[in-house]
Ligand binder design. Structure first.
Ligand code: ADP
Ligand code: ZN
Length: 713
C-alpha cells in the first residue's frame, strides 16, 4: 500500500509503535511510524526491518516511551488496509498465549495458514504480499449420503430442545452431552447447527482426528450444502489457505476441523461443538501446547456461544464440572433403534498360562497375541460370515530386536528408545507370507521416525541369532492368516494408511464386507460404523495401563469403551473381548460393564487423594538440550530457585527434577520438573519462572512449560 511518508522535519514528535513478530521473543518490538497515515487497527500487518532482514509484524499498540529513540528504525510499509485477523480472534489468541506461556508472535503464526505470518519467508515485498489472499487450490468436500435418520429418539429430542433453549439465550452456555456410543450424537449436532444458522450465527465443529473431519464434514455438507469449510493439518498449504480465506471473508458459516480449527477466523460464533471431548488429541504435544477442548470453552465465553462437549466417555474433568453445575449435563443413555451395547467378556490370560503348563497342548505361538478363547470366538464369527475387528495400539511387526548372545537391544542413535521392527506397509493382506528375514524390512524409531536397515546379525558382537520380541499390528495381520487361512485382512495404522485416501479405501472395503478382519491402532476406534462387524477383540490393553501418567486409567477406560462400542451398532448383537493379564483393574472391569459412573467414582477419589486434576493444576516444566550436564544443571537451578522462593506458598508442591521417562529424544537430553497445586499458586510460580528464564537458564538449554499436560514421557 503506498502511503505518504512524513518529511524529515516531523521526526521529534513522531509516533512510536509496538509490533508483534513471529519469532520467539519476550514482549514486542518498537519502531518509528514514518507515515502521515493514522495508526491502523490492531493486527494489521506491517513490513519491518530486523537486522539485515525484512520481516512481517503485526501492529499492536502505540508506544509512548522508549529510552533511546535514535536507535529505532522505521516501519517500512503498511501491508494492508484491514487487519488480517478479526479483533475477537486476536484477543482469544492473546489469552491462550498467556495461559500456555507461549509467546504471542509464534502463537499467532501457528494459528494461521503457513506464509501469512512467519519469519521463514524471505521478507521481500513481493513474497509477503502474496502470502495473503485466497489459495490457488480449491478443496472439494464430498457429500456423504445424507444419513437416514427418521424420527428423533426421545433422548435426542430432549437433547435438541435443551440445546435450542441454550442457543436462544445468546449467552455462554457450556453443555456436556454425555451420549453413549451409538446414541446418535451426530444428529443432535446437526440440528443444533441448523438452529444456530437460523438464528443468524455461525458454528464451529471440532473433531479429534483428521480422518473424522471428512466423514462429519460430508454429513454437514449433505445437510447444509454450501458455506462449509474444513480446516486441518492434512490439507495442502493452498487448500488450507483457501479454506481460511473463505471463513475470513464470511463465505463459510460452518467450520468443521481438527484441533487447530479452534483458531478459525470465524466471526459471530453461536455454537461450538467439541465431539469426543475426552480425546487427548485435542492437546497439542509440542510448541504451542494448547488444548482445543479447553480453549473451546474460552472462545465460547468470549463469543457468548453455546459450547457442546460431546462424548460417550466424558473426561473426568468435564464430568466433574457437570456434576458441580458448571456445565449443563444432557444424557443419552441408550442406542438409537434396535442396536444395543455389546456384551463384553474379559479374558484372563493368567489362567490360560496355568492351563498350558499342565497340558502343553497349545503352541507357544498361540500364546502371544491370541488367547484360545478369542481364537475360538473369531472362528465362530468368521463361520457366520460376520466381521472381526482387532485393536492393538502398537505399530510394526515386532516391538524390539535383541541379540541373545550378548544381550544387546537395538536402540535409536538419537533417542533413548528401542527400535521396532517393520517389514511391510501393506494395508491388505491376503496370502501367507513367510515369517523370516526374507523381508528384512526396517528398524524404526517411533519417536523421531528415523529408520535403520534390519540386519540379520548383531552390530555389537556379530552374533547371528538375532531375535525379535513382542508384536504389533503388522504381525497380528500376517499371523491372522496362518490361524484363519483363506481370509482377507485389512490393516489400519500410520504405516499402511499414510494418506486419507488410503485410509478411506480400507474403511470402505471393511464396511462393504470385502475384508474379514480389520486390525488397527487407535485410528480405528473412533466414529466409524461397520454394519457387518460383530466381534471386537482388544489384544493388549495392559500396555496403556502401565504407563507412568496420572491419567493412564482414564485413557485406558475411554479407549476400551470406544473400541468395544464399535461392535453391535446395527441390529446384529455385537460382542467384545478384552484379553488381559490385569482383569481386576477397574478400568477394565468398568469398561466391560459399560459402567462409567463406577469408573468415575473410583478415579475421582484417587485424584482427590493425590491432588491431581481436576482438584489441582499441574504444569510440567520440560528442559532439553544436547549437553546432558547443562540440562541437568538448568533443571536443578530452576528447582532450587523455586524451592527457595515459594517453599511456603499455599497449596503448592514441586516434584523433581527428574530425568524424563524418555531420557533422550532426537539427540536431546530431557529433564522435567512438575508443579502441582491450586491454580493461583501454580500460576504465580510459572509467571515468575517465565519472566526470568533468560537469567535462570543458559542459552543451550530449551525450557518449555506444558500447562495441563497429558503426556509425561
Ligand atoms: P454416536 O456418535 O452417538 O456414537 P451416531 O451419531 O454415529 O452415534 O449414530 C449412530 C447411528 O444411528 C448412525 O448410523 C445414525 O445415522 C443413526 N441414527 C441417529 N439418530 C437416529 C434416529 N433418530 N433414528 C434412526 N437412526 C438414527
Ligand atoms: Zn529416534
Amino acid at each position: 500500500m503506498a502511503v505518504k511518508r512524513k518529511s524529515e522535519a516531523d521526526s521529534p514528535g513522531e509516533k512510536l509503535v509496538s509490533c508483534i513478530v513471529p519469532i520467539h521473543l519476550k514482549g514486542r518490538l518498537t519502531y518509528r511510524w514514518p507515515f502521515d497515515e493514522p495508526l491502523p487497527a490492531r493486527g494489521t500487518r506491517l513490513l519491518l526491518p530486523l537486522g539485515r532482514r525484512r520481516i512481517v509484524g503485526l501492529f499492536w499498540d502505540q508506544d509512548s516511551e522508549f529510552p533511546d529513540r535514535q536507535k529505532l528504525r522505521d516501519v517500512i510499509e503498511i501491508m494492508e488496509k484491514e487487519p488480517l485477523l478479526p479483533e475477537g480472534l486476536l484477543s482469544f489468541i492473546e489469552w491462550a498465549s498467556s495461559y500456555y506461556y507461549y509467546p504471542l508472535g509464534p502463537a499467532i503464526s501457528e494459528a494461521l495458514p503457513a506464509g501469512f505470518f512467519s519469519s521463514t519467508r524471505k521478507g521481500t515485498r513481493e513474497s509477503t504480499a502474496r502470502g495473503i489472499g485466497p489459495g490457488r487450490s480449491r478443496l472439494e468436500i464430498k457429500n456423504w449420503s445424507e444419513s437416514h435418520v427418521g424420527k428423533l429418539s426421545h433422548e435426542q429430542d430432549e437433547a435438541v430442545r435443551a440445546i435450542s433453549a441454550a442457543l436462544d439465550t445468546r449467552l455462554f452456555n457450556p453443555v456436556l452431552l454425555f451420549g453413549i456410543t451409538g446414541s446418535g450424537k451426530t444428529e443432535v449436532y446437526l440440528q443444533a447447527v441448523e438452529k444456530c444458522l437460523k438464528m443468524g450465527r455461525n458454528a464451529l465443529v471440532l473433531v479429534p482426528e483428521i480422518s473424522m473431519t471428512g466423514q462429519l464434514a460430508g454429513w454437514f455438507s449433505a445437510r447444509f450444502g454450501q458455506g462449509l469449510s474444513i480446516l486441518h493439518s492434512g490439507l495442502t498449504r493452498e487448500q488450507r489457505r483457501d479454506q481460511w480465506w473463505e471463513i475470513r471473508t464470511g463465505k463459510s458459516r460452518i467450520v468443521v476441523g481438527a484441533r487447530s480449527a479452534i483458531f478459525a477466523p470465524l466471526s459471530n460464533i453461536g455454537l461450538i461443538v467439541v465431539d469426543e471431548e475426552h480425546d487427548s488429541s485435542y492437546k497439542q504435544a509440542e510448541k504451542f501446547r494448547y488444548n482445543a477442548r479447553d480453549l473451546a470453552l474460552v472462545r465460547g465465553k468470549m463469543e457468548k456461544a453455546t459450547v457442546i462437549l460431546g462424548s460417550g466417555t466424558p473426561s473426568i474433568a468435564s464430568y466433574q464440572n457437570a456434576l458441580q453445575g458448571k456445565y449443563r449435563l444432557i444424557e443419552m443413555r441408550s442406542r438409537v433403534g434396535k442396536a444395543v451395547l455389546p456384551d463384553v467378556e474379559v479374558i484372563d490370560r493368567r489362567k490360560e498360562k496355568e492351563g498350558n503348563k499342565k497340558s502343553k497342548s497349545c503352541k507357544k505361538q498361540d500364546m502371544e497375541w491370541l488367547s484360545p478363547r478369542l481364537r475360538e470366538a473369531i472362528s465362530e464369527t468368521l463361520a457366520r460370515k460376520r466381521q472381526v475387528l482387532l485393536f492393538l495400539n502398537r505399530r510394526g511387526f515386532a516391538t524390539y530386536i535383541f541379540c541373545p548372545d550378548c544381550g544387546h537391544v537395538f536402540k535409536c542413535n538419537s533417542c533413548d528408545v528401542v527400535l521396532a521392527w517393520h517389514r511391510k506397509n501393506k494395508a491388505f493382506v491376503k496370502d501367507k507370507t513367510q515369517d523370516s528375514f526374507d523381508t528384512p524390512g526396517l528398524l524404526c524409531c517411533h519417536y523421531c521416525g528415523q529408520t535403520y536397515p534390519a540386519l540379520p546379525a548383531c552390530d555389537k558382537c556379530g552374533g547371528q541369532a538375532v531375535r525379535a520380541s513382542g508384536f504389533g499390528t503388522e504381525k497380528v495381520a500376517e499371523e491372522f492368516l496362518q490361524y484363519f487361512p483363506g481370509t482377507t485382512v485389512g490393516r489400519i495404522d500410520r504405516d499402511t494408511v499414510s494418506s486419507k485416501k488410503r485410509m478411506e479405501r480400507v474403511l470402505r472395503a471393511f464396511r462393504n464386507g470385502e475384508i474379514d478382519c480389520l486390525v488397527g491402532t487407535q485410528m480405528i476406534t473412533k466414529g466409524h460404523d461397520f454394519p457387518g462387524l460383530s466381534l471386537v477383540g482388544v489384544l493388549w490393553p495392559d500396555a496403556a495401563l502401565n504407563v507412568p501418567e496420572y491419567c493412564a486409567s482414564e485413557r485406558a477406560f475411554q479407549i476400551l469403551s470406544q473400541v468395544a462400542g464399535r461392535a453391535g451398532r446395527s441390529s446384529i448383537r455385537g460382542k467384545a473381548m478384552i484379553q488381559t493379564f490385569m482383569p481386576d483393574h477397574y478400568s477394565i472391569v468398568c469398561a466391560a460393564r459399560h459402567d462409567f459412573e463406577r469408573f468415575f467414582q473410583h478415579e475421582i477419589q484417587k485424584r482427590r487423594e493425590l491432588g491431581y486434576p481436576p482438584f489441582g493444576r499441574i504444569v510440567n516444566i520440560c528442559f532439553s538440550g544436547v549437553k546432558k550436564l547443562s540440562v541437568e544443571q538448568a533443571a536443578r537451578n530452576v528447582a532450587s530457585q523455586i524451592d527457595g522462593r515459594f517453599k511456603k506458598l499455599d497449596n503448592f508442591t514441586m516434584l523433581g527434577p527428574v530425568q524424563s521417562p524418555r531420557a533422550r529424544i532426537k539427540s536431546r537430553y530431557r529433564y522435567q520438573l512438575l508443579l502441582k497445586g491450586g491454580i493461583k499458586s501454580v500460576r504465580t510460580v510459572c509467571s515468575w519462572i517465565d519472566s526470568r528464564l533468560d537469567s535462570l537458564v543458559t542459552s543451550n538449554v530449551r525450557v518449555e512449560l506444558d500447562v495441563d499436560p497429558l503426556n509425561f514421557m
